[in-house]
Design a protein around this ligand. Structure first.
Ligand code: ADP
Length: 546
């Protein structure tokens, strides 16, 4: 027997409708790409999103077409998102940090018909425009006064095409399972693959993200998503914030410590989210200038592991609660979040930080388990570590156009490619990417854990650990560090620092200093490039073993 409740498709347009109706005057503040701070409201975004939908219809865009954006976090970008999705089209967020060859591959593979682009990225598209036969128009996110000279064919001015409309548009009322968003994984091996979100998966993900033990945003919150909308939907924040009427502060093109710190202060931001490298810059700025973070009460750190020293500084020095989050593009993207659980009220400082350094507990709608190489499930004892598998209604079941083939096992589990342990309280800890784990004498060494300890050294800016071939042990860890400006760090100093912090047999066999650690388009350490660079590196311990 079916329930007798209303059939109300979970479409993302219902989120912006709700925000406009109930929190119409709540602000969205943007540091515009042109420079000044600009203010708008949910009501205004709602109206202009409908105008975007009208303008796109005039350009011939229909339900199911793909429309791309290459843009920073701004209110205009949000209007375009809701306009594209409300029209029933699919919003494809392009990551401008990808290589040109990857970008034209992605744009053609997705069959993007129109691209909305920020002034900053016009040259990026100009460089590849001749390889994009399917793109009918480029809409530049600016007004007439700032329109650049451009060689892009059919370049339109955003403000002009939006303001030419009256907003009298009804959202397309389609199936909740219809596609509405598209984001490609950065593809460290092979071509990037498209993750195709549905209206339903995005709505469910925002509800789950807003539960109290997850982001738990409320209308009194002021949220600054530093994480870009082109990186896994800004972790879902541009859906989750309007769903509860939280004020949004959009950093535009400026994500340096000073610019972020200024917005945190002037807009009285209460909660913010970004990858560790951004927080590193912020904390350096805050410390150097003796700033405080008086309004901020929560910071979400994810995308890569948050170093312990960072968690400690936020929590202990600035009184800001850290939520360590883990997820991936394929998961919409949030999987776990590290808020404290009942019964943890009286933890000591050290115990609390230990919990906060783990990647957190599964949010509602995410199921997870860890398995060994034979697929056997491992216990949640905080020790056993294995392949992290997930499933849920906001987890991908395939990539666009079947790339990568079958990605789920017969029980519907998706292999995240991460290696993790889970403790008895359900807190998961990533110990490595499966391909980065160091296999020493049949046992696994976590490169991430050594890296996190190494960056705690006051003279170290960044650290990476890779496995180097070893005649006796198969692989042994090599620690690669980038010292802070003007500092030098010796191998002895580094190893002494690590003593007692990691297991003895995890001690790196060597330490080298380099100028810069290469990063992927989403800010992760490019282990592949490091492994290639140190391909023929000989560890000092290798000779003795031979
Ligand atoms: P890509 O960077 O490849 O496009 P994602 O941004 O989706 O992909 O990254 C997902 C991966 O990032 C995860 O599988 C995991 O390896 C890593 N990751 C995300 N959050 C964390 C975290 N808090 N700690 C450690 N690793 C993380």
């Amino acid at each position: 027997m079916l329930g007798l409740m209303q059939d109300w498709p979970l479409r993302v347009s219902t989120i912006i409708d709700h925000a406009a109706r109930n929190y119409g005057d709540r602000e969205i503040v943007t540091r515009s790409v042109e420079g000044p701070i600009v203010r708008t409201t949910y009501k205004e975004v709602h109206l202009r999103a409908r105008k975007v939908a009208q303008a796109l219809s005039k350009l011939g865009i229909k339900e199911g077409d793909v429309v791309a954006t290459m843009a920073w976090n701004t209110a205009r970008h949000m209007e375009a998102w809701y306009g594209i999705m409300g029209l029933g089209a699919i919003c494809h967020t392009l990551n401008p940090r990808l290589f040109a060859e990857q970008l034209d591959y992605i744009i053609n593979h997705a069959e993007d018909k129109v691209i909305f682009v920020d002034l900053t990225f016009v040259p990026v598209l100009e460089a590849i425009k001749d390889k994009l036969p399917l793109v009918k128009a480029y809409v530049i996110f600016t007004d007439r006064a700032h329109m650049p000279e451009t060689s892009l064919p059919n370049a339109l001015c955003y403000e002009e095409i939006v303001e030419a409309e009256n907003g009298d548009f009804k959202w397309v009322q389609g199936d909740e399972n219809a596609a509405c968003g598209l984001c490609y994984t950065s593809g460290t091996t092979g071509n990037p693959k498209g993750v195709l979100y549905s209206h339903r998966s995005n709505v469910l993900h925002s509800l789950a993200a807003n539960t109290g033990d997850a982001l738990g945003m409320r209308s009194i919150d002021v949220m600054l998503p530093v994480v870009p909308m082109f990186h896994a939907n800004a972790w879902g924040i541009t859906f989750a914030a309007p769903a509860v009427g939280a004020k949004l502060v959009m950093p535009g093109a400026k994500m340096d410590g000073e610019s972020i710190c200024e917005l945190l202060e002037t807009e009285k931001v209460t909660v913010t989210a970004a990858v560790p490298t951004v927080w590193l810059m912020l904390l350096q700025f805050v410390e150097k200038h003796g700033k405080q973070l008086p309004y901020l009460n929560r910071v979400v750190i994810g995308g890569s592991a948050a170093p312990r020293s960072m968690v400690e500084i936020f929590e202990n020095k600035y009184g800001v609660e850290v939520f360590h989050a883990w997820g991936m593009t394929e998961m919409s993207p949030m999987g776990t979040l590290g808020s404290l659980k009942y019964g943890m009220e009286n933890l000591t400082d050290e115990e609390r930080i230990n919990v906060k350094c783990r990647q957190g507990r599964a949010i509602y709608s995410v199921e997870m388990k860890i398995t060994d190489d034979d697929g056997k499930e491992l216990p949640w004892d905080g020790k056993a570590f294995g392949h992290l598998m997930v499933r849920g209604p906001a987890v991908a079941k395939a990539y666009l156009k079947g790339e990568g083939g079958q990605i789920l096992d017969e029980d519907g589990w998706f292999d995240t490619g991460d290696v993790a342990n889970i403790d008895a309280d359900g807190y998961m800890q990533i110990t490595d990417r499966a391909k980065d784990v160091i296999k020493s004498g049949g046992e696994w060494i976590s490169s991430i854990e050594i890296e996190n300890m190494a960056v705690g050294h006051p003279k170290v800016a960044e650290a990476a650990v890779i496995g180097i071939a070893h005649p006796k042990w198969d692989e042994r860890p090599l620690l690669i560090i980038v010292p802070n400006e003007g500092e030098t760090v010796t191998k002895e100093e580094m190893l002494k620092y690590l003593e007692g912090k990691i297991a003895k047999w995890w001690m790196p066999d060597d330490v080298v200093t380099i100028d810069e650690i290469p990063h992927t388009a989403t800010g992760k350490i490019q282990k592949l490039a490091l492994r290639q660079r140190f391909q023929s590196y000989k560890l000092p311990t290798a000779d003795a073993a031979e």
